[in-house]
Design a protein around this ligand. Structure first.
Ligand code: AMP
Ligand code: ZN
Length: 136
């Protein structure tokens, strides 16, 4: 299903033009209009899903396979030195467009970008407490 007023639904389904790198029945891959680096791309499912939790499992697997394929092509054509996959879910995590998308960010030595976090220093007890909360 497409969602009314969702810009990525419109882009993915070709109602709004985009710099398309790849398209198949389920996905469109486009260039990000405000790229972190040269070649920064987004994998968009054509069916609307708010985020990773909302995306059908099969589509999630396909998105990752597509990331691998596009990453290889980018490495060859752009001669990039690395690749970050970034995928934000919900506002607190930096998601600004509520339609699942997977960022493919080619990295170049000395590109000046910093996709990073400040490392924490939890005690062993803190690590164990959170492990117990999550582990199954
Ligand atoms: P996020 O913060 O993970 O939700 O990322 C949203 C991304 O979409 C940002 O990197 C934006 O630059 C990009 N973006 C927003 N609107 C468009 C658009 N119309 N075409 C291409 N990229 C877009
Ligand atoms: Zn959508």
């Amino acid at each position: 299903m497409r969602k009314d007023n969702c810009i990525f639904c419109k882009i993915a389904n070709g109602e709004i033009p985009s710099k398309t790198l790849y398209e198949d029945r389920e996905f469109r891959v486009i260039l990000d209009l405000a790229p972190a680096t040269r070649g920064h791309a987004l994998i968009l499912p054509k069916e609307h899903a708010d985020d990773l939790y909302d995306l059908p499992e099969d589509s999630a697997a396909k998105a990752m396979r597509l990331a691998r394929k596009m990453g290889r092509i980018m490495e060859e054509r752009l001669q990039c030195d690395g690749l970050n996959l970034v995928q934000n879910n919900k506002e607190a995590a930096g998601q600004t467009v509520r339609h699942f998308h997977l960022h493919l960010i080619p990295r170049y030595r000395d590109d000046g970008q910093n996709i990073n976090w400040k490392p924490g220093k939890p005690s062993d007890e803190e690590l164990e407490a959170v492990r117990e909360l999550i582990a199954r």
